[in-house]
Design a protein around this ligand. Sequence first.
Ligand code: GRF
Length: 192
Amino acid sequence: MVKLTGLKKIKTAVFISGTGSNLKSLIKFSKIKKSPISIDLIFSNTSKAKGLRYSNQFNIKKKILSFKRLKIAEIEILNLLKKEGIRFICLAGFMKILSKNFIRKFNGKIVNIHPSLLPKYKGLNTHIKAIQNKDKLSGCTVHFVTAKLDSGKIILQKEVKISKKDTPTSLAKKILKQEHKLYPAAIKKIFN
Ligand code: GRF
């Protein structure tokens, strides 16, 4: 695992595809003195990702690359990560699956946040599944990324109660609020 060396923060890239609310919470966290990471690159597979606006707002480099040609895109990202000295990657609502090769190259240094209590509900539509199954609890998980989808070692989880009135939208909102706390907490746990 990556360890903090001296007082320098670990240069980190956040990969997004959408709103970027987790990205924003990670940026805010990274600015705290005690944060082990700095956010130095925002990567998106689409120019439509709203979260890209945080690049201008917080003066962080951004890169957009379509994943239509996965191999070529990944080679380009790997080169960029190397050039920028990036040593840690946070996936935050990144909707593409990284190749085994990419994950191996960044072994143990990629984490993801997932809106369910893994191993329950891997993949998409987690809130719909939790409500359809009449679960009383859902939540979010931060885990290491391995070649198997949403299956790497769990770092931290937070439970959220599902009320009878909850819809997938209201549940997503409740869980997202917890995600914004859980992601920084998980990163602290990794490095401290
Ligand atoms: C979050 O619910 C995250 O768990 C999932 O995608 C959503 C991203 O939200 N992987 P945001 O773009 O960070 O607002």
